[in-house]
Design a protein. Structure first.
Length: 155
């Protein structure tokens, strides 16, 4: 009986150890530079016809208590040339708040390989924000919508 209880305790400790590791995946940082792929158009059909897309860059502060400051949102074209600085002065995003930046469907200056560079910071280490681009386009009875997640390139 003691052996059975002891085995159960060992199994519980092992399981708790594994499960607590999965909860420790929360990433805490004081700032990052994030690359976000975007598409001002995509090619479709046998003739590679261009299908223009509107782009919404979303920055979601996932921290419950702390504000983040967005210091840069730069939009680049598929040649890597800066098209537009979208943040002219730092912008604060409160706890659990979001901010969006929009590129019109008719604006194809970014090209098929457009991207954003987003820089954010915080006074202390916080939950990292979710940064992604949402592309959407509608033609007659056909719509195209997809999401492109950001990739940290500097911490």
């Amino acid at each position: 009986m003691k052996r059975c209880i002891l085995s159960g305790v060992v199994v519980a400790i092992i399981l708790f150890g594994f499960s607590s590791r999965s909860f420790s995946q929360v990433k805490m940082q004081k700032g990052q530079t994030v690359y976000v792929p975007a598409y001002s158009h995509i090619l479709k059909g046998d003739k590679a016809a261009e299908h223009n897309l509107a782009i919404t860059l979303m920055i979601r502060n996932t921290d419950i208590k702390n504000t983040i400051t967005i210091t840069a949102v730069d939009y680049y074209d598929d040649d890597g040339k800066l098209v537009k600085n979208m943040v002219l002065k730092p912008v604060k995003v409160g706890p659990m708040a979001s901010i969006a930046f929009f590129i019109k469907e008719s604006d194809t200056t970014g090209g098929i390989g457009a991207n954003f560079i987003v820089k954010w910071e915080s006074e202390k280490a916080i939950n990292v924000p979710i940064i992604e681009a949402v592309m959407a386009g509608v033609r007659l009875n056909q719509s195209t919508v997809f999401i492109s997640p950001g990739q940290v390139i500097k911490e």
